[in-house]
Design a protein around this ligand. Structure first.
Ligand code: NAG
Ligand code: NAG
Ligand code: NAG
Ligand code: NAG
Ligand code: NAG
Ligand code: NAG
Ligand code: NAG
Length: 654
């Protein structure tokens, strides 16, 4: 009061009158509500309200004739045994502010029937799988009266002009949670939601207070779109995953990305956290050289996106060796992990993987004989998995159980054949194949056997140096370090092409001789008929010129030869050949000259022999160069010489 006086003195009488009015007339408190929180509660709560700025307020609560005085709050808890519950009672409250007192309206209630639930708290929202329904769940207080009814108020976020839409729905219980569904919403929109609830079991239920407003983000419909970058650092692979941010409607309250990988979940070799969370849009993790699947999904308040799975295959290796020694038989230390993939083919896909760590050594018994394994040895290096060894491993080796399939021969010639086959699968090899053993046996002489080692990588071979027109048995078998497997065999026949060639060429030679003989014969006849009459006027002019100037020596030798052979009636091939060749070359010589005139038909050859034309040629050529004729004659001489050799050979051959 002193404060008021002081201020009234300072500010004058208007202020004093105002203050007096306030302290005299007070607002009426609302009529109180008295209830239990549920049917089982033994404590009643009475609540009321008063619109005042005054700090020093006290209340008296009246329930019929019972008084609960000097209450400083606007609510009061009363034990049930202090109350009349089974019949109607009047309740009211009196507020005391300063010197004045104000009484609330009275209310008649039967306390037994009155239940008011707590406002829903800790509401969880999630988008349903279908029908665009939103599922709202909140904790079900232990042993609370059920069933209940809820009222949901919703409106789209960011649309303040939209009014709240109210829906009344029955509440179900699922896994110790109250649950309601709000149907036919738009999953790609952000909603504001609030809920209140009440019992529908008691006679006079009261609505609970409204829950606080919950923001429901849109559904994460798409899985993260991931790009992967891998860096190899001495047995460790650094995998950097990057993805695009989620749509803003889904990310309205933030999105968390959850990452997990198959290596961490197996604890091979590092016992790292199995899942990692990040709010950013990239993550770097370290994996070993064995295959790993990394799954990423986004999470918001209303659910999870589908999972994106990044499959990082085992690091390819060109030249995997055979394991010299492994840690299989040794004690596996902590931080070491062995992995064995059943290798069916060259693709290093993880199949029937056996993982061996310090904890589960028992799996060692799973390692089977005759099976090729891809062996990995990893260690954990400062929480990063490092692959220290990779090789092919057999617990026990055998010989191949199958012969090479599709063993075929093609392209047979007289001395060679091409072979092809299919590589033997790792499963059928049952050991490390060192090479193929290819053998050929000539059927007629069994002793003529020859074998070749062929590289394992080959599926083709050109087998040569065979004898023509022969039958061979060819066998092919895969060989492992233990021994040779079954053979694939086939029989081939080499062709007789070479002997055919010989007879063909022989025939050609004979044919050539026959032809040339005939030609010579015909030519002689023609020459006899045509030549003699014509040369007489011409040759005397021509002959002296040639003989005098050019080739007295050579003509002499030619004449000698010709005369010798022409004399007798024996018409050996050789004789004919020589004569023929001589004339032919004579023709050639004249042809060379004639070619400048552009004629090369048979008629022109005859013409060229015609002395008239020869004379023409001579006239021009004589003036040109003597050497040209010399050349022609030298050729003539050489050709005769060559023919002489041929003649000799022919003479020898028959
Ligand atoms: C409380 O009082 C203020 C002014 O003092 C008034 O504006 C407001 O409406 C009142 N509220 C209620 C619920 O009576
Ligand atoms: C409130 O009122 C009581 C008496 O009713 C008095 O003793 C007390 O000093 C007052 N407090 C304030 C803060 O005005
Ligand atoms: C309030 O009561 C006190 C004595 O208790 C008195 O001195 C004071 O004048 C009264 N104020 C009003 C406004 O009635
Ligand atoms: C709630 O369930 C009762 C019966 O179980 C039913 O009569 C009532 O219509 C339901 N109310 C709503 C809003 O679904
Ligand atoms: C109960 O809740 C679980 C999740 O906690 C959900 O998977 C299941 O579908 C719910 N059951 C019903 C009937 O809604
Ligand atoms: C990765 O996922 C694929 C497909 O589900 C599966 O075949 C493969 O075995 C998985 N790899 C690993 C290392 O778990
Ligand atoms: C083939 O290889 C094996 C083993 O490498 C060897 O013992 C054998 O002599 C080889 N045979 C031939 C024909 O090279």
């Amino acid at each position: 009061m002193e404060t008021y006086r002081h201020s009234s003195l300072l500010h004058g009488c208007v202020m004093f009158v105002f203050l007096a009015t306030i302290s005299k007339a007070c607002e009426r408190p609302s009529s109180p509500q008295c209830f239990r929180r549920n049917e089982e509660e033994t404590v009643y709560t009475c609540e009321w309200s008063l619109n005042t700025t005054e700090e020093n307020v006290t209340f008296d609560l009246h329930i019929n004739k019972t008084l609960f005085p000097n209450i400083r709050n606007t609510s009061h808890k009363i034990r049930a045994e202090l109350l009349i519950r089974s019949r109607s009672v009047d309740i009211w409250v009196v507020a005391h502010i300063g010197n004045s007192s104000c009484m609330s309206p009275r209310r008649s209630v039967t306390l037994k029937h009155i239940v008011k639930y707590e406002a829903p708290r800790n509401i969880l929202v999630s988008w349903g799988k279908n029908k665009n329904n939103l599922i709202l769940r909140w904790p079900w207080p232990a042993a609370e009266s059920y069933p209940a009814v809820a009222e949901v108020c919703l409106r789209r976020d960011g649309h303040p002009s939209e009014s709240w839409e109210t829906r009344l729905t029955n509440v179900t219980i699922n896994e110790s949670m109250y649950q309601i569904n709000a149907m036919n919403l738009m999953k790609d929109s952000v909603y504001q939601v609030k809920i209140r609830q009440r019992s529908n079991k008691c006679i006079e239920p009261l609505w609970s207070d409204w829950s606080s407003v919950v923001i429901v983000p849109a559904e994460l419909e798409e899985k993260p779109e991931i790009t992967t970058k891998i860096r190899r650092i001495n047995g460790i692979r650094e995998v950097t995953l990057t993805w695009r941010h989620m749509p803003s409607a889904a990310a309205v309250k933030g999105v968390t990305y959850n990452l997990s990988d198959t290596q961490s979940s197996h604890g091979c070799p590092c016992m790292n956290k199995k899942t990692k969370n990040t709010e950013g849009n990239n993550y770097t993790m370290y994996v070993s050289y064995s295959a790993v699947n990394i799954s990423v999904f986004a999470k918001n308040d209303a659910g999870e996106s589908p999972k994106a799975i990044v499959q990082v295959p085992a690091e390819p290796a060109e030249d995997l060796k055979i394991c010299d020694n492994t840690s299989l038989k040794k004690k596996i230390t902590r931080g070491t992990c062995l992995e064995l993939y059943e290798a069916e083919n060259a693709a290093l896909s993880p199949k029937n993987v056996i993982t061996l760590t310090a904890r589960n050594k028992g799996h060692q018994t799973q390692v089977k004989d005759y099976i090729r394994y891809l062996y990995f040895e990893h260690t954990c290096d400062h929480r990063k998995p490092r692959t220290v060894k990779r090789c092919f491993f057999y617990q026990k080796e055998g010989v191949p159980i199958r012969e090479p399939q599709d063993f075929l021969a093609y392209g047979e010639t007289d001395t060679s054949v091409d072979l092809s086959w299919k590589a033997i699968s790792y499963t059928d090899q049952r050991g490390f194949q060192t090479h193929y053993n290819l053998c050929r046996v000539k059927i007629t002489s069994r002793d003529d056997k020859e074998c070749f080692n062929i590289s394992t990588s080959k599926v083709k071979y050109h087998l040569d140096k065979l004898t023509p027109s022969s039958e061979y048995i060819i066998s092919l078998a895969a060989v492992t370090r233990v021994g040779e497997g079954p053979q694939a065999t086939l029989t081939i026949n080499t062709k007789t092409e070479k002997s055919f060639n010989v007879s063909l060429s022989f025939g050609l030679v004979v044919g050539f001789f026959l032809l040339s003989t005939m030609c010579t014969f015909i030519w002689r006849r023609i020459k006899d008929k045509i030549f003699p009459p014509v040369p007489k006027p011409v040759i005397p002019e021509f002959n002296p010129c040639r003989q005098e100037t050019q080739v007295p020596e050579r003509k002499e030798t030619v004449d000698d030869l010709t005369l010798h052979h022409l004399d007798p009636g024996e018409k050996s091939n050789s004789e004919m050949a020589e004569v023929t060749t001589f004339t032919e070359h004579w023709n050639d010589g004249s042809n060379e000259e004639m070619q400048s005139e552009g004629s090369d038909s048979e008629g022109s050859i005859n013409e060229s022999l015609n002395p008239g034309s020869t004379r023409q040629a001579l006239r021009s050529s004589r003036e040109r160069e003597v050497t040209e004729i010399e050349q022609v004659d030298t050729e003539l001489a050489m050709l005769i010489y060559k023919n002489g050799l041929v003649f000799d050979m022919k003479a020898e051959s028959p």
